[in-house]
Design a protein around this ligand. Structure first.
Ligand SMILES: Cc1cc2nc3c(=O)[nH]c(=O)nc-3n(C[C@H](O)[C@H](O)[C@H](O)COP(=O)(O)OP(=O)(O)OC[C@H]3O[C@@H](n4cnc5c(N)ncnc54)[C@H](O)[C@@H]3O)c2cc1C
Length: 480
């Protein structure tokens, strides 16, 4: 496989007449951009102030209000609830937890890592149950997760990965190898191996975040939109911690940062988490004939074993939505708020789609979009609350935040309420990691790492049977 799409391939991508790129996501085009809630009117006083109205902020507000209806909780959101990755993602509500299991085990022991993995599996069901209880129709189908290998090196890696995960909290019934051509059928061209886990569901991300914001508001949380926080300040003496905005300052006993991929734009946090891009395309709906050919009746979320991996779902309205890394990072942690995807990335994603599903190669691409997610220097997600400063945070989910943010919300609730629980003892609580390197090292390093991963994928597609050494170099350089 070539690393980059050529100009001819870019032109060859079939696009709908009404093809749309950027503008948040297909998910929000499907449901319509929301009317914005009022902005913060001025100085205010709350018990808990949450900065960021994505899944992390909203789940935290939800569980706090459920536990303590008397708490006064505010969410401050720069744009609108769901504007960030929570309204743009691939809709994999899966039990995958990013980060090195060995790193967590070094500080908390192996049993704690197994407990974390089991908590992730329970979180998938928790999201589904709350959505059901709150009447949130988010096109949720718990069809599980299928990972496919399309060359011998990927196959070897998949087999090792399944065996390795059986050491860390997945029992054989939680993840196992399956016949890639077996029933229920999902016809991925060239699949030489596959694994299946029941612990995943397909969701419509915007419907979930929109419903969650409404549920939180119905519980009495004040959600202020068009309200950019310009600084978050810790407790000093008798002055409570606060979130500063142009309209006024919100003081609270606890101020919780839930800004994931946008964290670099807050003062003093430029190098804390790398804002990594992820890009997606969605086709026009496929015909019934095509769906009969492909199968995919179980509607499991689908991923591959490439180093520059892809993630896909069959949408409730019969499209294929597929995503991948694209341009991994912008110099200086800059962000592109319109979320447009470069033509080259669209062509690369289409090539992956056409390779996996040749029958869908002629189906026009109707939508493209991108978003940012947060990557800590050690690639390990975390959650914390410092009682001394009154400041808390959660994130750095490295692209697996749909389920993890729910676990984060319940953990932040327990930390705020000061109750040691099974959740606050999990090994991702209280992690401190160093920041990323200054520029231009940050930019050069990230691009080199993804260049190496693409090179490794190219070599492996030549049907070598082992993982390319380039991938090992990339992992060491990345500090994974
Ligand atoms: C294209 C893409 C595909 C993905 N696919 C998947 C997937 O399939 N499965 C999965 O598990 N994960 C996936 N992820 C990752 C997942 O979506 C995120 O980890 C998760 O949504 C993070 O939620 P969050 O609430 O922490 O952050 P966000 O949803 O990014 O929310 C942060 C919010 O903070 C607001 N904000 C930022 N700065 C300020 C400020 N200064 N003041 C006020 N508000 C501010 C933003 O506007 C934003 O709404 C994907 C991510 C992307 C980008």
């Amino acid at each position: 496989m070539k690393p980059f799409a050529t100009a001819a391939e870019m032109r060859a991508v079939p696009r709908s007449a009404g093809f749309r790129n950027g503008g948040v996501s297909y998910w929000f085009r499907d449901v319509g951009l929301p009317d914005r809630r009022p902005a913060l009117p001025g100085d205010a006083d709350y018990d808990v102030c949450i900065v960021g109205g994505g899944y992390t902020g909203l789940w935290t507000a939800y569980y706090l209000k459920k536990a303590r209806p008397d708490l006064r909780v505010a969410v401050l959101e720069r744009e609108f609830a769901g504007f960030g990755a929570s309204g743009r993602n691939g809709g994999w509500l899966s039990a995958e937890f990013a980060g090195s299991k060995r790193r967590y085990a070094d500080t908390h022991g192996k049993g704690a890592v197994v407990a974390l993995q089991r908590a992730m599996m329970a979180s998938v069901d928790e999201v589904i149950e709350v959505a059901d209880a709150e009447g949130i129709d988010a096109d949720i189908t718990k069809g599980g997760m299928r990972l496919v290998a399309t060359n011998p090196a990927q196959k070897a890696r998949l087999q090792e990965e399944v065996a390795e995960l059986h050491e860390w909290g997945y029992w054989p019934e939680d993840l196992h190898l399956i016949d890639p051509c077996g029933e229920p059928r999902l016809q991925v061209d060239g699949a030489v191996a596959a694994a299946y886990s029941p612990h995943a569901a397909r969701v419509h991300p915007a419907k979930l975040v929109r419903g969650l914001a409404a549920a939180v508001e119905a519980l009495g949380v004040d959600v202020f939109e068009d309200t950019a926080v310009t600084d978050i300040r810790p407790r000093t003496g008798s002055r409570r911690p606060c979130a500063v905005t142009a309209a006024g300052t919100v003081r609270a006993d606890h101020v919780l940062r839930a800004t994931e991929g946008f964290t670099a734009s807050l003062p003093g946090r430029r190098r804390q988490w790398l804002p990594m891009n992820s890009s997606m395309v969605a086709t026009e709906p496929l015909s019934d004939v095509m769906w009969r050919h492909i199968g995919w009746e179980r509607q499991e979320v689908l991923g591959d074993e490439a180093h520059a991996y892809c993630y896909a779902q069959r949408t409730a309205d019969g499209r294929i939505a597929i995503g991948g890394r694209g341009v991994p990072y912008r110099f200086g942690s800059a962000r592109d708020s319109n979320g447009a995807t470069p033509p080259q990335t669209i062509a690369e994603l289409w090539r992956v789609l056409a390779r996996m599903f040749p029958v869908a190669a002629e189906v026009p691409i109707a939508h493209a979009w991108s978003g940012v997610l947060g990557v800590p220097r050690d690639w390990c997600p975390g959650v914390d609350l410092d009682p001394a400063t009154g400041l808390g945070w959660a994130g750095g989910y490295v692209g697996s935040g749909v389920t993890t943010s729910n676990l984060a919300g319940r953990t932040l609730r327990d930390l705020v309420l000061g109750e040691p629980t099974d959740l606050t003892r999990l090994p991702w609580v209280g992690r401190r990691v160093r920041g990323w390197e200054p520029e231009p090292l940050r930019w050069a390093g990230t691009h080199m790492v993804y260049g190496l991963y693409r090179g490794a994928d190219r070599r492996e597609s030549d049907r070598v049977s082992r993982t390319s050494r380039l991938a090992g170099v990339a992992a060491r350089l990345a500090g994974r």
